[in-house]
Design a protein around this ligand. Structure first.
Ligand SMILES: C[S@@+](CC[C@H](N)C(=O)[O-])C[C@H]1O[C@@H](n2cnc3c(N)ncnc32)[C@H](O)[C@@H]1O
Length: 221
């Protein structure tokens, strides 16, 4: 590995900071929000590293008597996170878990810079929609031109385990292509995601069973 630069150029760090503050994430089967929470936690940790580098000199020279306002340092916020979840309770948990992650990141920022930083009253919210993702137009949750990444682990559910409602949902997703009876339920999310990201630079990563890339499912998909 190349040695880490000891003095990274300020302009590049500021550009990276701006960049991570405009990223938007969508988990279309977010459950209790672990994927969104970890994404948010890591973004805030990266932001803290950037801020430390940008203000390293002030930190060592002034010994916590700053000329800047710590409340203006952080740009990454919970409204960058978007989710769809069919069950109401996990949807609520996701929202609260993101605020908790936000609070923990704010404490870390406070401790690093020696000034209290908190976002109270809460002005921004995560965008968590309680709905059936297979019957929802994802563009209404997050317009694709604003989205950076789609991620998650939608339910797998092999063909023998799908209930009538799930089969009906698949019918909606597959439309006129009605030969979907042999594929796992999770494929519906890939079809929706492919439609959502078409013509954009969105990157997509969904956890799945390997069944969908082998055997009888592959030609159908
Ligand atoms: C494997 S779990 C995902 C867990 C999630 N990553 C977490 O951190 O909690 C799949 C989730 O998809 C949800 N789900 C199932 N069918 C759905 C649908 N049609 N639309 C939206 N969410 C759905 C389930 O309720 C479940 O919470």
């Amino acid at each position: 590995m190349p040695p880490r630069p000891t003095n990274p150029p300020t302009a590049r760090l500021e550009a990276l900071h701006e960049r991570i503050a405009i990223l938007r994430f969508l988990d279309p089967a977010c459950g209790c929000g672990n994927f969104l929470v970890i994404t948010y936690r890591e973004l805030r940790a990266l932001e803290l590293e950037i801020l430390l580098e940008l203000h390293r000199n002030e930190l060592s020279e002034t010994q916590h008597e700053f000329s800047f306002d710590v409340t203006k340092l952080s740009k990454v916020d919970v409204d960058q996170m978007h989710g769809i979840e069919i069950e109401e309770f996990p949807a609520k948990i996701t929202e609260v878990a993101l605020w908790l992650a936000d609070h923990q990141a704010n404490i870390a920022l406070s401790e690093t810079f020696g000034q209290l930083y908190r976002r109270i009253p809460l002005k921004k919210s995560p965008h968590i929609v309680c709905a059936n993702a297979l019957r929802t137009d994802w563009k209404t949750v997050l317009p694709p031109e604003q989205c950076s990444y789609v991620l998650g682990n939608p339910p797998f559910v092999g063909k023998h385990y799908q209930n009538a409602e799930q089969k009906a949902d698949m019918g909606v997703v597959f439309g006129e292509f009605d030969n979907n009876g042999d594929v796992d339920f999770v494929v519906s999310w890939f079809v929706k995601a492919a439609d959502y990201i078409r013509g954009t630079t969105i990157r997509c990563a969904l956890v799945s069973t390997k069944n969908i890339v082998q055997g009888e499912q592959l030609p159908i998909i």
